[in-house]
Design a binder for this molecule. Structure first.
Ligand code: PEP
Ligand code: MN
Length: 341
């Protein structure tokens, strides 16, 4: 990280910035002061923990703060401009002027249902079909997904319905197999810091939907994105899906505040999953609307043609009718916000 001091900074202000940098870096030798055209630059070498540039930005005497070394590729490299991430198939663009809605069942269950759901969510305005073939379940006794057979169903439904698909990879060794079918490879919350998996996702060509770990800080999340990007894949989409808090009224706590915080810190597109965040069907639509209002670039929503029959997460899955109404509401909100859907 580099902290640029202004020419007018007083020596007391310079000392304060230096003291904070040395204290926070934990090792004074990590902090170097360089002359910069009559002013000073404080260079903080990468250290074991992330330093928040925001802490320095607001300090008197500081003109600018650049580059967080723990995630220099994932940081705001484009001066406030969102980087666009595009799928090859379907031409879906994240981070441009069009809001992206990804929808479908929690898990791929059978081909007929998946096709019907794909047709219906596409008709309502979704441009990406979601559905897990490999499912990360808390209990080993719960439905684990159809695995390879589920991937084959996704591939056929993708062609028949003409819709891009996002599906999760859980095993680094199986990333190429998932990547062959998926237009977007999902890394689940529980695997956000599975570094071999992140590296494998970085070595395949499809965009990566990186879900936030349920106890991950913003810095840890961006550092996880950096793992993918450092392997050569710059196409990462961040997905906020709720975090663990003391709150018991919902499955997780949707951190709406992280959306503007991310938009200040990274140029990567940001989407929100209100289904896993709330775990309650009736709360999906309100949180989806909050997400678009807060500046998210898209949504990931669980939808089923028969929620009572869903093999996983039925209680938080919305019906296609509810999804249709939500899309109408999002379009109305989008027209106020200047976002097309
Ligand atoms: C999912 O989207 O299928 C999923 C399992 O979500 P998460 O990883 O956020 O729990
Ligand atoms: Mn689910």
């Amino acid at each position: 990280m580099r902290i640029f001091l202004s020419r007018e900074a007083t020596s007391a202000q310079v000392s304060r910035v230096l003291k904070s940098a040395r204290d926070l870096a934990g090792d004074p030798s990590l902090v170097t002061v360089l002359p910069d055209d009559g002013a000073l630059v404080v260079d903080v070498a990468p250290c074991g923990h992330a330093l928040d540039p925001g802490l320095f930005r607001s300090m008197p005497g500081v003109e600018a703060v650049e580059g967080e070394d723990l995630y220099r590729l994932a940081s705001d490299a484009q001066g406030g401009q969102t980087r666009t991430v595009e799928t090859g198939y379907g031409g879906v663009v994240f981070g441009a002027d069009r809001f992206v809605v990804m929808a479908g069942p929690c898990a791929v269950e059978n081909e007929a249902d998946l096709l019907e759901i794909a047709i219906q969510v596409k008709r309502a305005g979704a441009t990406v079909l979601r559905g897990g073939a490999f499912k990360p379940r808390t209990s080993p006794y719960c439905f684990q997904g159809l695995g390879e057979e589920g991937l084959r169903m996704l591939a056929r439904v993708r062609e028949k319905a003409g819709i891009a698909v996002v599906t999760e990879a859980m095993d680094p060794a199986l990333v190429p197999m998932v990547s062959d079918v998926a237009d977007i490879v999902q890394i689940g919350s529980r695997n956000m810091q599975n570094f071999p998996l992140l590296k494998a996702a970085g070595r395949q060509p499809k965009p990566v939907l990186l879900k936030r770990g349920m106890s991950a800080t913003l810095e840890e999340w961006l550092a996880a994105a950096e793992y993918v990007m450092a392997e050569g894949n710059p196409n990462v989409i961040l997905c906020e899906r709720g975090i663990r808090t003391f709150s018991r009224h919902s499955r997780h706590t949707l951190d709406i505040g992280v959306i503007p915080a991310l938009r200040e810190r990274t140029s990567l597109p940001v989407v929100v999953d209100p289904s896993h965040a709330t775990g309650v069907r009736t709360r999906v639509a309100p949180m989806a609307k909050a997400a678009i209002a807060a500046g998210a670039h898209g949504l990931l929503i669980e939808v089923h043609i028969d929620v009572a029959r869903a093999a996983s997460d039925g209680f938080q899955t919305i019906t296609v009718e509810e999804f249709g109404r939500l899309m109408d509401d999002l379009r109305a909100l989008g027209s106020v916000l200047g976002v097309s859907i």
